[in-house]
Design a protein around this ligand. Structure first.
Ligand SMILES: [Zn+2]
Ligand SMILES: [Zn+2]
Length: 572
């Protein structure tokens, strides 16, 4: 047996229990109970070669041990409470890891597997998504994995970073069903829910598997809460065994959702366990970004360092001053590109990290010196992601570029109204209202009807048209997205954004709002004087008092000017 993987052998028999109705177990319940006790480490499996059978005393002792671990009355019998608990959905890992001697000495508290990672920076990768029973959006699944790992790193010096190189990740996360190549098959809906491998040097160490036949849910009691189970399994992936303590996230049985993933805190037992392995967290200003390798940090010094005033955070400055080169809705997350970096906002509205990730570390195949993306969009026909930089474009499948790219932008056959070939795209998006793709360049826009097969479409007839047809928004936006359940369209320019309701091309007055405050989670600035049209303003609402004060000076001028032009346009 490979001790490095840390997951001891479990019998593959499927255990199903009828609802207990009497105190005396039926014969099949008895044998299934014995099987259950073997599966979860309370009873050594009978040795088929020696022909040794379990003794009545041995089984009774195992039942008592199971009852003690679970906090039940120790009867030594398969009574109703015991059978009921055995029928609960749970983690595949055994409860008992270690010798009988260790167990006798053991207090009712957390247990460590004896294995831990020898490094503080760990990488993770989500290999696939639930598909058999769950309808969770892939971006939501990834978000929940991120949050579940964060629960552990919030309290220790561990740092997790997502890596695009899946086969090199320390913690490879996947959804699988039945037999799935690791010797620990899942058992369909109910029963075992998930398992994870303890830390170690072998490839499978840290890997975490979820049974794809469960109905994984998010904030919905009708299924199994993915966040709750993920926090538990990552506890194993970091070296924790099952705990007999109440409360503890490391209890083996699933008892319903633990609550809001943003505010969930580890119970004291689990906190002590993880800090025993990896130390108490040394506070830092920022969390590591997704997609960027985590720098190694020095160990906590024995004497605390002198307090110093934190210098201004350059990440926060870049994030809060706006001026994004491109914004894209990719798999329901909003990506903000600026210079060589990007930020990601989850569908729940939270940023994956306040620190940006380097574009070329995430999107493998763009030029290494990429320092400006013109426009990005996700193609709805095949979910490929298309990048425009200068007079070239790239097509990505997930984060890998397709062979043969970049290719020239001229393949899109965009010509201006004056007949010139378009040499740069400024904005690109798929309009949720009609599913068509729109590309913008220098005040004009083209519409495309994309078909299957992934070939570059021709512009629809009668295009280009003037961006001024989109009333109330800048004519040269930095980028445009359709996003959210309502399918609103958002125009971004400088540090402001304009929201158009679904299907509305001419909605009259649209008040720009602050990208920094609403999207990048920056503090709201002190109110600044509102812009008022000089005369004849009519209903024009040109209030820009939500525009942040730390906008670059050129943009402070630009934003009111754009609105002024729009106001004038409505007066004509
Ligand atoms: Zn477990
Ligand atoms: Zn597995």
């Amino acid at each position: 047996m490979d001790t490095g993987s840390g997951l001891i052998y479990l019998t593959a028999t499927v255990v199903m229990f009828a609802s207990p109705v009497t105190l005396a177990p039926m014969p099949d319940q008895y044998y299934r109970g014995v099987d259950w006790l073997s599966r979860y480490g309370y009873l050594s499996p009978p040795d088929p070669h020696a022909g040794k059978l379990q003794t009545k005393e041995g089984i009774e002792k195992a039942i008592r041990q199971m009852q003690r671990f679970a906090g039940l009355t120790e009867t030594g019998e398969l009574d109703a409470d015991t059978l009921n608990l055995m029928s609960k959905p749970r983690c595949s890992l055994p409860d008992i890891v270690g010798t009988e001697d260790m167990l006798r000495k053991r207090k009712k508290r957390y247990a460590l597997s004896g294995l831990r990672w020898g490094k503080k920076g760990l990488t993770w990768s989500l290999l696939n998504y639930p598909k058999l029973q769950s309808t969770l959006d892939p971006s939501l699944v990834k978000y929940l994995m991120y949050q579940a790992l964060k629960v552990w790193s919030d309290n220790t010096n561990l740092q997790f970073s997502e890596t695009g190189q899946a086969n090199q990740a320390d913690i490879k996360i996947s959804f699988a069903h039945s037999i799935h190549d690791d010797g620990y098959p899942f058992d369909g809906k109910g029963g075992t829910l998930a398992h994870a491998f303890f830390p170690g040097d072998v490839d499978i160490a840290g890997d975490t598997h979820f049974d794809d036949e469960e109905s994984w849910t998010y904030r919905d009691d009708r299924g199994t809460d993915l966040f709750t189970v993920a926090v538990h399994e990552f506890g194993h992936a970091l070296g924790l065994s099952h705990s007999s303590s109440h409360p503890s996230i490391m209890q083996p049985y699933y008892s319903g959702p633990v609550g809001d993933e943003n505010t969930y805190k580890l119970p004291m037992d689990d906190l002590q366990a993880i800090q025993t392995l990896y130390g108490v967290k040394v506070k830092r200003e920022t969390t590591p970004p997704v997609g960027r390798p985590t720098p190694r940090r020095p160990e906590r010094p024995k004497t605390p360092p002198p307090r110093v005033t934190a210098p201004p955070d350059p990440d926060a400055q870049a994030r809060c001053e706006g001026g994004f080169d491109a914004v894209a809705n990719i798999r329901g997350e909003v990506f903000f590109f600026k210079g060589s970096y990007f930020w990601r906002m989850q569908r729940t509205g939270s940023l994956v990290s306040f620190s940006p990730a380097r574009i070329t570390n995430f999107w493998m195949g763009l030029p290494h010196d990429t320092n400006k993306i013109d426009a990005v969009y996700e193609r709805k026909t095949d979910n490929h992601i298309i990048f425009f930089i200068g007079s070239n474009y790239w097509i990505f499948k997930d984060t890998s570029v397709l062979p043969g790219y970049p290719r020239p932008l001229s393949e899109w056959r965009m010509r201006t109204q004056s007949g010139k070939q378009v040499d740069q795209v400024q904005s690109a998006f798929v309009w949720a209202h009609n599913g068509k793709t729109y590309l913008f360049s220098r005040g004009e826009f083209w519409r495309f009807t994309e078909g299957q097969g992934g070939t570059v479409p021709q512009p629809d007839a009668e295009y280009p048209k003037s961006v001024s047809l989109w009333k109330g928004v800048p004519s040269d936006p930095d980028d445009v997205i359709s996003w959210g359940q309502e399918g609103y369209t958002y125009f971004f320019k400088g540090n402001s954004y304009w929201a158009l309701k679904s299907g509305g091309l001419d909605e009259g007055v649209i008040t720009p709002k602050s990208t920094a405050v609403d999207w990048m989670r920056c503090p709201a600035p002190a109110p600044t004087p509102s812009y008022k049209p000089r005369s004849g303003g009519g209903q024009c609402n040109c209030d820009v008092n939500t525009a942040p004060t730390f906008t670059a000076p050129s943009r402070l001028i630009l934003v009111p000017l754009v609105i002024l032009l729009q106001c004038v346009g409505q007066l004509i």
